[in-house]
Design a protein around this ligand. Structure first.
Ligand SMILES: Cc1cc2nc3c(=O)[nH]c(=O)nc-3n(C[C@H](O)[C@H](O)[C@H](O)COP(=O)(O)OP(=O)(O)OC[C@H]3O[C@@H](n4cnc5c(N)ncnc54)[C@H](O)[C@@H]3O)c2cc1C
Length: 399
């Protein structure tokens, strides 16, 4: 294996959606960059996570050359269904959000598509390269120290971008420099399954039932992804397959008499629910993007979309040619993306609380939450506010 590069313009930590999108954008703009990922390629490409893409994310993936398989294989949705109190209500994005369409396309495939582009003609992407130090962030040559194939290496950069997720060195460095992390942990988690069965719905189905929340999503015409709310301390082994299907069936029906198709379960996991907002998103010559800076509860399907939007905004700031202007643009990036993340967090919190039943919720709280859903179903103005926030339109306009 040839020796890894020792210098670059932008050193990016982490080959998740944020790091891969940023590296591709920089490559298309002719900026030299090196992407370091501590896991191996197979692990990164198989990690099950997000699946719902906003229109702006779809557009960006197409623009950077990662749209071909997406357009062929994604399921495009014109709305979502909210089900509660024995009825279903379709939130019609065509009517309420300028015809916006969501794509259901798994994060695994997005990562595979971007890694393939990167290995074809992109800047170097080094797998199993674990970044252990960042130094000289206030100097002229910030440097990454990383371990690869049993040896330590250094990469001198003009800028470092930490796209290394919620537990990475980027976040630790910001906190050590006096940054502030605002956290909220919900008293419930999601029990998630993948099943080899055709989806029983042709849209995303969010259900609030007397027994708790459930979500029916999909990964392809033959693979369903389903979740239901469980107490925060649950472990996957606690549930037998038939009990999972029974629970999903009664919650997703939410009193409507609707029928859920069952099939072999191929994966089970429990996903914690929290929100985390870190500020600032910049320390000297190091900037943060994606989950490194903010984590959202999955209810609003926002994490991946926010990560890719960060990459897009950050690339634009890095491309400013005059150094003093570029520094200002990077400061602005850091400030504006924190504001965007706060907005998304408010929406994700609203949606999470409205759809779930918390242990401390009394009858009055439950009635208030159902009242919110009734308003979305009954008032075109409320439905429009909800739809535009869900598909990311209001955020794009406020930016
Ligand atoms: C179950 C679940 C469902 C979700 N559903 C949705 C959804 O429907 N829609 C949505 O928009 N979002 C969703 N999300 C959130 C979404 O998956 C994340 O927001 C997204 O992965 C963030 O991308 P990222 O690139 O910022 O970070 P990550 O994907 O976490 O990538 C960070 C990368 O950095 C690497 N790394 C870490 N430390 C180092 C180091 N020291 N050196 C080198 N590399 C390092 C990691 O190995 C990793 O590959 C979901 C999340 C979960 C868990």
């Amino acid at each position: 294996m040839s020796a890894p590069p020792q210098a670059t313009t932008v050193g990016v930590i982490g080959a998740g959606p944020a790091g891969l999108a940023l590296a591709r954008l920089l490559r298309l703009a002719g900026v030299d960059c090196v992407l370091l990922e501590r896991r191996d390629r197979a692990y990164v490409e198989q990690r099950q996570r997000a699946g719902t893409l906003e229109p702006a994310t779809i557009d960006l993936l197409r623009r950077i050359g990662a749209g071909e398989r997406l357009d062929r294989e994604a399921l495009f949705l014109d709305g979502i269904e909210l089900r509660f109190a024995g009825r279903g209500h379709f939130v019609d994005f065509a009517a309420l959000a300028d015809g916006a369409r969501l794509a259901v396309y798994p994060q695994t495939k997005i990562v595979q598509d971007l890694v393939a582009l990167q290995t074809q003609d992109g800047p170097p992407l080094l797998f199993e390269a674990d970044v252990h130090t960042v130094s000289d962030l206030d100097g002229s040559r910030p440097t990454l120290g990383f371990r690869m194939a049993g040896r330590d290496h250094t990469l001198r950069c003009q800028y470092i971008v930490a796209c290394d997720g919620a537990y990475g060195i980027g976040r630790r460095t910001v906190l050590a420099a006096g940054g502030h992390l605002q956290e909220h942990t919900y008293p419930y988690a999601w029990y998630g399954i993948l099943a080899d069965v055709a989806p029983s719905t042709d849209t995303l189905l969010y259900a609030r039932s007397d027994h708790g929340f459930a979500l029916h999503s999909m990964r392809s015409p033959t693979v369903s992804r389903l979740y239901f709310q469980v107490p925060a301390d649950h472990v996957p082994e606690q549930w037998a397959d038939e009990a999972i299907w029974d629970e999903l069936a009664r919650r997703l029906a939410a009193g409507t008499g609707w029928k859920l198709e069952r099939g072999p379960i191929t994966a089970k996991s429990v996903i914690g629910m929290s929100s985390e907002l870190l500020a600032p998103m910049r320390v000297g010559r190091m900037l943060l993007a994606g989950d490194a800076a903010h984590v959202m509860p999955p209810t609003g399907a926002k994490g991946l979309n926010l990560a890719v939007a960060d990459a897009n905004a950050l690339c634009q700031a890095l491309l400013v040619s005059e150094p003093a202007d570029r520094e200002r643009a990077l400061d602005q990036y850091a400030q504006q993306r924190v504001l965007q993340a706060r907005r998304v967090e408010r929406f994700s919190r609203f949606m999470t609380r409205t759809m779930h039943i918390a242990p401390e919720d009394d009858a009055e709280t439950a009635a208030r939450r159902l009242g919110v859903l009734e308003r979305i179903a009954g008032s075109p103005e409320t439905a429009q506010l909800f739809a535009r926030e869900y598909v990311g339109r209001s955020r794009a306009e406020a930016a």
